[in-house]
Write a protein that binds this ligand. Structure first.
Ligand code: C5P
Length: 230
């Protein structure tokens, strides 16, 4: 039985992409973003429980997508309906974890081109440290704090910053405890786990794990696929 689970959150509305349908179901080079994002999960060293969280009216479609990508019987695939916020969607995924699972990764379907190696690195880091691990990249732009009127008021020291990605991995008990205690809405799981008092390490991310948010990002992802870089 799998000791690792990956919760793939794909229940967002895709408003910023502006294509009038949920982002994970938008086509990316002939297959959906969701389908692309599942490729890595069925290529892991150890078979993982794959939990796909989608809008309620997409449950059947998501299940057949996952079965297509898995290529065979997919005994450890579970599809559940998400919620209004990302946090609620993750919670829906946590509710269906198999008893054998000890390490849980949470991944944005929108990071459809994330390499298998990034998943393996997060799994290894969590297993070795006993704490959370999240991939991040150095920030290359200079970051300004603004005052709400469009004026730059300070420059943030970018050497202290990391732009973080997914998958974010945690020991199951820590993630469950953090979600049980969470009050506010957090934009990522690591913030919530840190709030609960657990350490989270930042490991090296990969540029290919960028999040498809805007039309520009979708174009970039299409070009990466056409270039056969992945
Ligand atoms: O909106 P954003 O791009 O930050 O969403 C990140 C990921 O969380 C996406 O893969 C999206 O589908 C997912 N999400 C979700 N449920 C929501 C909102 C976002 O599963 N209510």
């Amino acid at each position: 039985n799998p000791t690792v689970a990956v919760i793939v959150v794909a229940a967002g509305s895709g408003t910023r992409l502006g294509l009038g349908q949920p982002k994970a179901f938008v086509s990316l080079g002939g297959r959906s973003i969701l389908s692309r994002s599942l490729d890595a999960l069925f290529a892991l060293d150890d078979e993982a429980q794959v939990i796909v969280v989608v809008p309620e009216d997409r449950l059947d479609e998501a299940l057949s997508t996952a079965q297509d990508v898995a290529g065979a019987a997919a005994p450890y695939v579970t599809v559940v309906a998400g919620g209004e916020s990302r946090q609620q969607s993750v919670n829906a995924g946590l509710a269906v974890l198999l008893p054998s699972v000890q390490t849980v990764l949470v991944h944005d379907a929108a990071r459809a081109l994330t390499p298998v190696a990034q998943f393996e690195a997060v799994i290894d880091a969590v297993r070795q440290s006993g704490y959370g691990a999240i991939p991040g990249l150095p920030v290359s732009d200079t970051i300004k704090r603004t005052d709400g009127f469009g004026l730059a008021v300070a420059t943030v020291d970018r050497s202290e910053l990391a732009a973080v990605q997914t998958p974010q991995g945690f020991p199951r008990a820590q993630l469950e405890q953090a979600y049980a205690a969470a009050s506010d809405d957090f934009t990522d799981d690591a913030a919530l786990v840190a709030e609960a008092g657990f350490a989270v390490a930042v490991i090296h991310g990969d540029a290919l794990a960028f999040k498809i948010t805007t039309a520009w990002d979708l174009r970039r992802a299409e070009q990466v696929i056409e270039s056969a870089f992945v």
